[in-house]
Write a protein that binds this ligand. Structure first.
Ligand code: ADE
Length: 227
């Protein structure tokens, strides 16, 4: 899978995507993540990417031309399955969206900034808008990093068996059961006996019950098929 991220702040993305499972997936050739500086598609000396808003309201707006040039350049190289804009107005990211995106071959993520982008970009160039929650970030880079992290780890081979995505929270619309490691008794706080029993069938049953119970208590909407 290839992910091209268009941003005015490339530095903000390099570190979050340069470690752990994501780095390994890139090193294994399962994912290729390219960070593209929008300013490389400007034509003036100051490499301007924003301008004042029509209508007189405060706040700068990202201009259509450099964005169109960047996207057109990428599209001239290959087909893209999705051109995503990170925005608080978008569809809220969930595990289902991450699963779907992980099956795509090529995607572009455009990071929003300033007051936002010229609306014509959204009307004519973007195929999907994604929000990572009902709050406003300074820019779309951290949202893009969250999207990429949630997607790339799901690409087959990105994780080893121990890290398997199948036991993640949300994967069956259930939260994950509680997990423990040594010591079995810490200050009298004990690991549930069943997990020490070695009885795999009983452990599976207990974990499923716990997952259901935690979901019922903490996120009952998931059991109703909600998100
Ligand atoms: N840009 C600013 N806030 C955002 C959010 N909540 N999700 C995605 N992109 C954003």
């Amino acid at each position: 899978m290839r992910i091209d991220i268009i941003t005015v702040l490339p530095e903000l993305l390099e570190s979050p995507l340069g470690h752990s499972i994501i780095k390994r997936a890139c090193n294994k050739g399962l994912a290729e993540i390219n960070i593209i500086n929008l300013r490389d598609f400007t034509t003036d000396k100051r490499r301007t990417v924003d301008d004042y808003q029509y209508g007189g309201d405060a706040g700068m707006v990202m201009m259509i031309e450099p964005i169109d040039k960047a996207i057109s350049y990428l599209k001239s190289q290959r087909h893209y399955d999705e051109i995503i804009y990170t925005s608080p107005d978008g569809e809220i990211l969930n595990q289902k969206t991450a699963n779907t995106l992980s099956t795509k071959e090529n995607i572009i993520i455009l990071c929003g900034h300033y007051k936002g982008i010229d609306h014509r970009v959204r009307e004519h160039l973007i195929t999907k808008e994604i929000s990572i929650g009902d709050y406003v970030l300074t820019g779309g880079e951290l949202a893009a990093a969250v999207i990429v992290d949630s997607v790339v780890r799901l690409i087959p081979g990105a994780m080893n068996d121990n890290e398997s995505a199948l036991s993640d929270s949300f994967q069956d619309n259930l939260l994950a059961p509680p997990i423990y490691t040594r010591p079995a008794d810490y200050k009298g706080w004990k690991v549930p006996e069943i997990l020490l029993s070695g009885n795999e069938a009983m452990i599976d049953k207990w974990q499923m019950e716990q997952a259901l119970e935690r979901t019922k208590q903490l996120r009952p909407n998931l059991l109703e098929g909600g998100e």
